[in-house]
Design a protein around this ligand. Structure first.
Ligand SMILES: [Mn+2]
Length: 388
């Protein structure tokens, strides 16, 4: 059983990556609600991410989304991040917002459209080179809406071809993380609908290709921790897009809808030692804060991951292993539940105090005056957002 100091050290070492787009305006397909103080450009998104990192002590990297975070000089953006005490994390490609992509991007039947999509993926690797980012995150909205619309097999061939060309472009230490999603925006077939499809393509590509699990991208009732365990065993888990869901891809705060699921996921991570930075699992947030204030919601999300990790670290491995070996079903279950039902908030408050942070990050944010400052400073100009 880990000591409290060991739990604190492991939580301290965890970096949760926040997403640039979570600081910008977002909404549903029906409406984007603007909020005061929202960043107007990628530099201001990084400023907000740096505040989350300073207050939580656990959010050292920021994911970018291209073209939402397009700038003239990526090295200068990375330098700005460094000045603010954060780094550029994954580069998220976007091949779903141009008219050309109506019938797909890398799986489009038109070779010219496929060329354009692959060129964008290669451009994203250039941006990784310029920013020091190690991860290219790929999500494709590609699929079909009607039976017979296109050949399912031909689309898999086109996908494999596009991934292979992009994979070849990756440099030393760079990875490709292939995300899957059950459905939406395509409704009949999706070209990367599940972890098995992503896994099979990653296996074919090589060790630099790994699966990323977006927790909101499954059918209701899917046992996500099984997927985690399977991919860890195969060394094919590259990271997470954390968020939570009640229905579909709700993109709510991680740990809000089902904190027990988050704990179960992190239990699989901890039991494989994959929470340690050397395992290179990217713990990213992919969320939209449509009705709640964004920065406090992101702080809350980082804290939710830290709390779930602390609980997972508190599982008594020896008791659990003995109960499992003895076939003691109730004892094994109790070992997990005892850890899950532990209130780790005092321990994490102590951890923050140990490192000179306010034990209450959300209270500290409200007291800091940062919201009033950005609301005044960003009153003019056009707020960033993805516009639905
Ligand atoms: Mn995602």
């Amino acid at each position: 059983m880990r000591t409290n100091d060991a739990v604190k050290a492991a939580v301290r070492a965890l970096g949760v990556e926040t997403a640039s787009w979570a600081y910008a305006n977002s909404g549903t397909r029906f409406k984007v609600f603007g909020q005061p103080g929202v960043p107007r450009d990628p530099y201001e998104k990084i400023d907000d991410a740096a505040v989350v990192n300073r207050l939580t002590g656990g959010a050292p990297t920021v994911s970018l989304h291209i073209p939402w975070d397009k700038v003239d000089d990526y090295a200068s953006l990375a330098a700005h991040a460094k000045e603010q005490g954060v780094r550029i994390g994954a580069i998220n490609s976007n091949v779903f917002q141009d008219d050309d992509y109506k019938l797909g991007s890398v799986t489009n039947p038109d070779p010219a459209v496929r060329r354009k999509a692959i060129d964008h993926l290669l451009e994203c690797v250039d941006i990784m080179d310029a920013t020091g980012s190690a991860d290219l995150k790929l999500w494709f909205s590609d699929g079909t809406n009607y039976p017979g619309q296109d050949s399912i097999r031909a689309r898999q061939d086109r996908l494999a071809e596009a991934l292979a060309e992009t994979y070849q472009r990756l440099g030393e230490g760079q990875r490709m993380l292939l995300e899957y999603k059950l459905f939406e925006p395509a409704f009949y077939t999706t070209d990367v609908p599940d972890w098995g499809t992503s896994y099979a393509h990653c296996m074919e590509l090589g060790e630099k290709a790994q699966v990323v699990i977006d927790t909101g991208h499954h059918a209701p009732g899917t046992n996500i921790e099984f997927i985690v365990a399977f991919l860890l065993r195969a060394a094919k888990l590259g990271g997470f897009d954390f968020n939570s869901r009640f229905y579909a891809d709700d993109d709510l705060m991680v740990g809000a809808a089902d904190p027990f699921q988050l704990f179960r996921i992190l239990h699989e991570i901890v039991s494989a030692g994959a929470h340690e930075p050397a395992a290179r699992i990217a713990f990213m947030l992919d969320q939209c804060h449509n009705i709640e204030p964004k920065i406090p919601a992101i702080i809350r999300s980082v804290m939710n991951v830290q709390e779930a990790l602390a609980k997972a670290l508190l599982v008594d491995d020896d008791t659990l292993a003995k109960a499992q070996a003895d076939g003691d079903v109730l004892g094994a279950n109790a070992a997990l539940m005892d850890a899950y039902n532990t209130d780790v908030r005092p321990l994490l408050a102590e951890l923050r105090a140990d490192h000179g942070l306010d034990p209450d990050p959300i209270g500290a944010y409200h007291r800091s005056g940062y919201f009033e400052t950005i609301t005044a400073a960003r009153a003019d100009g056009v707020q960033a957002g993805w516009g639905a």
